[in-house]
Structure formats: structure tokens, C-alpha cells
Design a protein around this ligand. Structure first.
Ligand SMILES: Nc1ncnc2c1ncn2[C@@H]1O[C@H](COP(=O)(O)OP(=O)(O)OP(=O)(O)O)[C@@H](O)[C@H]1O
Length: 359
């Protein structure tokens, strides 16, 4: 496998203020592979922005190493230790290959849409005619050709973000950093922007680092997820693994915001079928990923073990073209039968969580 396009290792960022020291990022290592959409989620203040600003040295780390495209941007073993740093001139050039988009778009209000995008090409060596062509192509790509001569104040939030994306793409970056880019948008517009980012990733192989407090956004487009809290990454993995089996409480909370499964459990737990659960019944949650969903698991329980399964709630999401399911069901049968049925489900990589019963 080739080297990661972004390798952050043992990154620390410490801010020294008059009376206090803030450890915004604590010994974080993140490797982003080419073509990844890497989601970093966390609440406000977790250190997400500080961490991603390290990638293009908008924020110089206190210590650690930053390697982008096999080039060392920064390296220092510890605070105050001798450091290696890319020259300012080289950094300026490399930064053009790392596009950024932000929550508040950061457009120039006195300039038209075309001028905003062209601004990113001011240092480009392209002849004027090709620059103009490039801007036109970019506006077509983000579906804003008809707004070329308008000003930001005449655009909706989603349109402004599309101008920002066109501008971020002007120098053909290999990496796009999205810092809460959909946080100020309504859900429908958010989905349109996420769909555009997904298209850029799929069609052009653009590597995207997406930081957000919205798990829903990560769920839509990321293939990898890291969860940040108090300057540290507390959990990470593939999107599917994280959704199927989160370990940390905070990860579970974020997933809940995108699936509402806890709400479903609470509502269904209050129903008579569950409050009056019989001694031979178990109220369980089954979670599964991938092909398992296609199997007639539930009918098999009765056929093979004479265990009946009463489905009270079901939710199947498609994450990265893979079904990820959650079922809330009541299993009924003898203790022996239910035990065998559960063992078989587990053999099929179904995670079983007993919510009530079985005493
Ligand atoms: N330049 C700075 N000087 C001092 N403290 C800073 C600076 N930048 C960030 N911090 C502090 O570092 C911590 C992490 O901030 P950061 O902006 O990285 O978090 P975040 O997860 O991106 O949250 P948000 O989404 O609210 O920006 C916070 O406590 C913040 O106040």
C-alpha cells in the first residue's frame, strides 16, 4: 500500500496564555489514505479545527510530525526541541494543493461569483484565457454557471458554499479540508453539498478531511471516522465498524443523533408488549452489517429452533453501499431454544443486546 497522503504523528498543540495553558490537541496521530473521506467528529472545543489546521501549518504544532504527500512539513520531537520546517515559499505552493472550505464560506462580498473563484488563481501561471475557462468549468461543476455575475449577498447559503468549493478546487488540490462546511445550512442544502463532495471524491479521487459535530454528515459520505474529545481521538475506525459497534459512550451519543435508535428503544420499551414481557420472552436488539441483512435470519429462527421473533422496530441504513441494520424484537421460546438461536445469530456476526427479560 502506498504511504498515507496525510500523516500526522504524535501531534501536540499547546496554547500558552497569560494565566493558563490550553492543550488543544494531545498526542494525536491520524493517517489519511489517498481517496479517503475522513470524518472527524466532536463537540465544540474538542480540538478538531486546531488539528486540521495543522495539516497545512495554518497552525504550527508544538510537537509531532506532519507529512503530506511524503513531504515533511514539520517535525519536532518535543516542545522547544529542534524543529524541521518546510520553507515559507514551498509551503505557499503546497497550500494551493490543499483546498479549504468553512462554515461561513469566507467569500469576498465586493466581488462577483466569477471574481471570487478567479481570486484563487491570482498566482497561477495560466494565461488569462485559460484562467477564465477554468473558472467557467468550475462554476459548471458546482452548477452555478447562471450565477456567475452575481454577488455573494444575492446567493443562498448552499450557493455560497458551492462558490467556496469552486474556489477551493481552482488549483486542482489533492486534498480538501472541510471545516464545519455544512453546519450553517438546512438539512436539504446540507445533503446537496455532501452529494457534491461525494461526487468530487468519487470522480476526481479528491481526498477529503471533514470535520463536523454532525454525525449525519459523516454518515453520508465518510469511509473513516475519528471521534475527538478534549484534544484526543478517543475512537476511530471504518464508518461501518464505528456504526456497527461503537465502544465509547461519546461515539454512541453521536451515532444516536444519526440513527435515533435509543429513542426507538425508549418508545418501544413503554409499550405493553414489552412492559408485560412473559417469562419465556426476551426483548433484544439485533445489529448487523452487510450480507447478513439479506439472509432470512428471522424466519430461520423459527424453522431451526422454534423460536418466534416479533419485530417491533426495524431500521436498515445503507452506509457506503452496505446495509447496516438494527431490529428490536421479542424472541419467545424455551430457554434452551432461545440460547441456540442467539448462538446462531452470533455466528452470523449479528450483535445481540438483551434489553429486557431473560432473568
Ligand atoms: N489561537 C488560540 N489560542 C488559544 N486557544 C485556542 C486557540 N485556538 C483554539 N484554542 C482553544 O483550543 C481548544 C480547541 O479549539 P478548536 O477550535 O480546535 O475546537 P473545535 O473542536 O474545532 O471546536 P469548534 O467547532 O467550536 O471550533 C479550545 O479550548 C479553544 O478555545
Amino acid at each position: 500500500m502506498s504511504n498515507p497522503i496525510i500523516a500526522l504523528d504524535n501531534i501536540n498543540v499547546t496554547f500558552h496564555q497569560k494565566k493558563r495553558t490550553i492543550e488543544a490537541v494531545k498526542n494525536v496521530s491520524v493517517h489519511v489514505e489517498r481517496g479517503d473521506v475522513y470524518g472527524i467528529v466532536g463537540y465544540s472545543g474538542a480540538g478538531k479545527s486546531t488539528l486540521v489546521r495543522v495539516i497545512n501549518l495554518l497552525q504550527e504544532p508544538t510537537s509531532g510530525s506532519v507529512i503530506v504527500n511524503d513531504e515533511t512539513f514539520f517535525q519536532a520531537d518535543s516542545e522547544g526541541a529542534k524543529k524541521t520546517r518546510i520553507t515559507n515559499n514551498d509551503l505557499r505552493n503546497r497550500r494551493r494543493k490543499i483546498g479549504m472550505i468553512f462554515q461561513h464560506f469566507n467569500l469576498l462580498n465586493e466581488r462577483t461569483v466569477t471574481e471570487n473563484v478567479a481570486f484563487a488563481l491570482q498566482n497561477s501561471e495560466l494565461p488569462a484565457k485559460e484562467k477564465a475557462e477554468k473558472v467557467r468549468d468550475l462554476l459548471a461543476l458546482v452548477d452555478l454557471s447562471d450565477r456567475a455575475e452575481q454577488y455573494p449577498s444575492q446567493l443562498s447559503g448552499g450557493q455560497k458554499q458551492r462558490v467556496a468549493i469552486a474556489r477551493a478546487l481552482a488549483n486542482d488540490p489533492e486534498i480538501l479540508i472541510s471545516d464545519e462546511a455544512t453546519s450553517a445550512l438546512d438539512p436539504k442544502t446540507t445533503n446537496q453539498i455532501l452529494a457534491l463532495l461525494k461526487k468530487l471524491n468519487k470522480e476526481f479521487g479528491l481526498t477529503i478531511v471533514l470535520i463536523t459535530h454532525e454525525m449525519q454528515a459523516v454518515k453520508e459520505i465518510a469511509n473513516k471516522v475519528a471521534v475527538m474529545q478534549d484534544g484526543e481521538i478517543i475512537e476511530r475506525g471504518s464508518l461501518l465498524d464505528i456504526f456497527a459497534q461503537p465502544n465509547e459512550q461519546l461515539t454512541k451519543e453521536f451515532i444516536e443523533t444519526a440513527t435515533n435508535i435509543d429513542k426507538a428503544i425508549a418508545t418501544i420499551s413503554a409499550q405493553p408488549l414489552v412492559t408485560n414481557l412473559k417469562p419465556n420472552e426476551l426483548f433484544v436488539r439485533l445489529s448487523y452489517v452487510g450480507d447478513t441483512t439479506d439472509e432470512p435470519l428471522i424466519t430461520g429462527l423459527f424453522r431451526d429452533f422454534q423460536v418466534t421473533a416479533n419485530i417491533l422496530y426495524g431500521n436498515i441504513e445503507i452506509l457506503q453501499d452496505t446495509p447496516v441494520g438494527s431490529l428490536l424484537i421479542i424472541l419467545a421460546g424455551t430457554a434452551e431454544q432461545v440460547k441456540s438461536a442467539i448462538a446462531t445469530l452470533a455466528d452470523h456476526h449479528v450483535v445481540i443486546e438483551v434489553i429486557k427479560g431473560g432473568k
